[in-house]
Design a protein around this ligand. Structure first.
Ligand SMILES: CC(C)(COP(=O)(O)OP(=O)(O)OC[C@H]1O[C@@H](n2cnc3c(N)ncnc32)[C@H](O)[C@@H]1OP(=O)(O)O)[C@@H](O)C(=O)NCCC(=O)NCCS
Length: 263
């Protein structure tokens, strides 16, 4: 892959990032479950099928941004990425930047509040509610938070020094994805590694919703798997689709400690 430019995204980038998110996360079981998807979706058949997924990803981008999150993107080289000394009016105008991968980080002690109506509204909460319905909102805001919280409690109990740290003290990776056509070229490895090395001494947490994502973060960055939990047990399949007596969607609670083990 040619050199990529890493930068922080701004709200004007969110529509483009959401497009990539839709393509990359279309089979994500947790998002399928949150949006109460009835069957697998095929955007080629009907672009309307991705409306709920799009509003969920846009909501995540805006709510994270308003709550102080950092959204890092990897882009194909563009006028933005060309050194000022080598910029010409020609290359400034002619090179279109293209975002290829994105990672949403929440800093220590900053999280999106589930109960801040102002943030929920200005992040697109109304559009999200229209697209996922009360059942979708209830899955995301009533069922999911205590399950994840319990998983972190279990994780802390299982660790020798679990009483000395809290997941709230870590950088939390809320979402990460790469445009499918550009996967496997090192973009996410570069994006995550760059951020981890830019905040030395910090810990990092995430909740992976696929074994592929779990293994990716374990292999490349040394995230440890601390606990597993499930949503939708008894009524959803492993893919997040309706299934009577289904096993539910499995989530992997993961931590990358800082070197001083403050977390
Ligand atoms: C998981 C995901 C984010 C990885 O993004 P990516 O940009 O493809 O990641 P990378 O290219 O850095 O690494 C992927 C693989 O390519 C390999 N790779 C790295 N650099 C490479 C290069 N220059 N050329 C070819 N392959 C390379 C890596 O070794 C890695 O292989 P492995 O994981 O099998 O060991 C991406 O697959 C994705 O968007 N998945 C859907 C969404 C998702 O699951 N997100 C994570 C949880 S929110």
């Amino acid at each position: 892959m040619h050199s990529v430019c890493l930068r922080e995204a701004q709200p004007q980038d969110f529509a483009q990032i959401a497009e990539i998110g839709i393509a990359a996360m279309i089979e994500d079981p947790l998002l399928a479950y949150f949006e109460c998807r009835a069957s697998p979706i095929n955007p080629k058949e009907n672009p309307e099928h991705t409306r709920a997924l799009s509003s969920y990803i846009q909501f995540t981008l805006y709510s994270s941004w308003y709550a102080g999150g950092v959204i890092k993107v990897a882009c194909a080289p563009s006028a933005h990425c060309i050194e000022p000394s080598t910029r010409t009016s020609l290359n400034q105008e002619s090179v279109e930047e293209r975002i290829l991968a994105a990672a949403i980080w929440m800093p220590p002690r900053k999280r999106v509040s589930n109960f801040d109506p102002f943030t929920l509204l200005r992040s697109g909460g109304v559009s999200l509610a229209q697209n996922v319905g009360m059942a979708g909102l209830s899955r995301r805001w009533i069922e999911y938070p205590p399950i994840v919280e319990h998983s972190w409690k279990q994780a802390q109990w299982a660790l020798e020094d679990g009483k000395n740290w809290s997941p709230l003290d870590t950088w939390s990776l809320t979402m990460a994805f790469t445009e499918p056509a550009y996967q496997g070229r090192g973009l996410m490895t570069t994006l995550i590694r760059d951020w981890i090395s830019s905040v030395p001494g910090e810990g990092f947490t995430l909740q992976a919703s696929t074994t592929r994502a779990r293994d990716f973060f374990y292999r490349h960055f040394g995230f440890e798997l601390l606990d597993r939990c499930k949503v939708g047990v008894g009524h959803a399949s492993a893919k997040g689709l309706p299934e009577t007596k289904g096993p539910g969607v499995e989530l992997f609670t993961m931590l990358k400690r800082n070197v001083e083990r403050k977390c």
